[in-house]
Write a protein that binds this ligand. Structure first.
Ligand code: HEM
Ligand SMILES: *[C@@H]1O[C@H](CO)[C@@H](O)[C@H](O)[C@H]1NC(C)=O
Ligand SMILES: *[C@@H]1O[C@H](CO)[C@@H](O)[C@H](O)[C@H]1NC(C)=O
Ligand SMILES: *[C@@H]1O[C@H](CO)[C@@H](O)[C@H](O)[C@H]1NC(C)=O
Length: 498
């Protein structure tokens, strides 16, 4: 009782004080934002929508309409030039579309990935997600240690050995397509490719336990980045958030199970495959000194490879089928090459893949128009002059392959799908095409992904005729990664080979 009466006496005194402190803090924050504006406003950029939120209402508006934010970035790049500014709260981001600066910043290990975005992926609604795994590790030492250990699992020697796995998994997909051809049912290519890509990454049957959850997580990553704060406070979203937490927990516990099985096999001296899983275990250090944090670290990478490797490749394949369906001449040319190089052979060899040059061009052009992981960003740790504009340090530089690849100044008639841009004799794009990012933090799985994609496409062209179901949208769905909105429904027929 006494306490209550003391409290009730104090509240009228404390409350105004509290409000006062809050007001002063808010004022201080606004002054800080003003200071940031003064410091960076000489950099060209679109007008802000709001003093505090800066440009974010514009971007949120685009997302609400199910648009592609990168199209807005493209508009701004065309209007405000190769270096433009975006404000969100007290953060300043700079879009950079200048090859020299792109080269300088991305090729150097000195500029760390930006904290604003990548820290956000450490946890997903309080459940550890990508943690300090390869994609999100910010500390150079911590990243380098892991990368050195993972590299051998992606060497060309090792990839050559994976060709039969790629063939095997692609054949399973072809069986599914056969069923669609025989049943005369529409095949949703995006869905089918997602199944095969997932299978190749893990080579474990039980993976389909995790299949549905990946979509959810992936979808949420996008939402989480777009609405970092508001999303989790809306009661309407809580059941969804719980599902996501459970899904990402399931992914981690499945990972823990597989890792333990593999570890036991390694300890028993069994002959284990030198695959991604084994390397993940090695990357965590010595068994004797394994701490809880080391365990978490392995799981970070398990989730990282699961997420990084699956979606991106499946989406690329779907876009590729979509563009081939729209360009019968290009489709014919690619098919002719496949017939010449592999003919009726069932097993495609590593050397055959090297011979499929036009198909490589098609896949590269697909990633030019549809870079499924559209960009990367770096913190600018020292002042720099880009295209004559002085950029004080402390900003985040955004490099966006989607935007840059759709600029007329880098690619003539940019919206035209034209694989000849990547003809071996054509000049190589100069730091304006980077679907796998560039430099030390570039995609580790680039060659892995492109071998896989080639095997799948070659078999598809070799065995099937496909036509796009009429009336489908060719729009892009932006969920953080890019995917075809329609899912690319196709009518599949067996080819009438002699
Ligand atoms: C078409 C398919 C793919 C595309 C377009 C793609 C694109 C990218 C991009 C743009 C990055 C840089 C991300 C950033 O800066 O935040 C990246 C990083 C990474 N990717 Fe991929 N990726 C693909 C497939 C794969 C596959 C199949 C794997 C693994 C099996 C993989 C593993 C990784 C890893 C580990 C990193 C982090 C590298 C590091 O920081 O050291 N990716 N990828
Ligand atoms: C094709 O039809 C068979 C038999 O009705 C069925 O078992 C199978 O699931 C169908 N496959 C597809 C892809 O529609
Ligand atoms: C989150 O809540 C908003 C309403 O505030 C609703 O429009 C949206 O569909 C919800 N999202 C999910 C994924 O549940
Ligand atoms: C394909 O590759 C093989 C071996 O790598 C080579 O001998 C052959 O000439 C190549 N064929 C074409 C059409 O490039």
């Amino acid at each position: 009782m006494a306490i209550l009466s003391v409290l009730s006496a104090w509240i009228p005194l404390v409350l105004p004080l509290f409000l006062c402190v809050f007001f002063v803090a808010f004022l201080g924050y606004c002054l800080y934002i003003k200071y940031v504006h003064l410091k960076y406003d000489h950099i060209p950029g679109p007008p802000r929508k709001s003093f505090i939120l800066g440009h974010s209402p514009i971007l949120v508006e685009v997302m609400k309409k199910d648009g592609v934010v990168h199209d807005t970035f493209l508009e701004w790049a065309e209007t405000y030039g190769p270096v433009y500014r975006i404000n969100i709260l007290h953060y300043v981001m700079i879009g950079v579309y200048c090859p020299e600066a792109t080269k300088e910043i991305l090729m150097s290990p000195k500029y760390p990935k930006d904290k604003f975005l990548y820290k956000r992926l450490f946890n997903l609604f309080g459940q550890r997600f990508l943690g300090n795994g390869l994609v999100t590790a910010l500390d150079h030492e911590q990243w380098y240690k892991q990368r050195r250990i993972m590299d051998p699992a992606f060497s060309s020697l090792y990839l050559r050995g994976l060709t039969s796995t790629f063939n095997e998994r692609a054949d399973k997909l072809m069986d599914k397509l056969s069923e669609h051809a025989e049943n005369k049912t529409v095949a949703n290519m995006l869905h089918l490719f997602n199944c095969v890509a997932l299978d190749v990454i893990t080579k474990v049957q039980a993976v389909f336990v995790g299949y549905n959850c990946v979509f959810k997580i992936d979808f949420t990553v996008a939402h989480f980045i777009n609405h970092p704060i508001l999303f989790q406070f809306k009661p309407q979203n809580w059941s969804f958030i719980n599902e996501v937490r459970e899904a990402s927990h399931l992914l981690r516990s499945t990972g823990a199970q597989w890792i333990n099985q593999r570890k036991t096999a390694m300890q028993n001296g069994e002959d284990v495959p030198k695959d991604i899983l084994t390397q993940i275990i090695k990357s965590a250090g010595q068994e004797e000194s394994m701490t809880k944090e080391d365990e978490e670290f392995m799981l970070d990478n398990f989730v990282t490879f699961f997420i990084a490797g699956q979606e991106t490749t499946a989406n690329q394949l779907s876009f590729c089928v979509m563009e081939l369906g729209r360009h019968p001449d290009i489709l014919e040319k690619a098919r002719k090459e496949v017939d010449e190089v592999i003919g009726m052979k069932r097993e495609i060899s590593y050397d055959d893949l090297g011979n499929l040059t036009y198909l490589s061009q098609v896949l590269k052009e697909t990633l030019r128009l549809y870079p499924t992981a559209p960009g990367t960003s770096r913190d600018l740790i020292r002042d720099m002059v880009i295209e004559g504009v002085h950029i004080p340090k402390g900003v985040t530089c955004m490099f966006n392959s989607y935007t840059s690849c759709r600029m007329e100044k880098f690619f003539k008639d940019p919206l035209k799908f034209d694989p000849d841009r990547f003809h071996p004799d054509a000049p190589k794009p100069y730091y304006c095409y980077y679907p796998f990012a560039l430099g030390p933090r570039a995609c580790l799985g680039q060659n892995f992904a492109q071998l896989e994609a080639k095997v799948v496409m070659a078999k598809l062209l070799q065995r099937f005729d496909f036509t796009l179901v009429p009336g489908q949208s060719f729009d892009i769905k932006d969920t953080g990664t890019l995917r075809p909105k329609s899912g690319v429904p196709c009518i599949i027929k067996h080819r009438h080979t002699k």
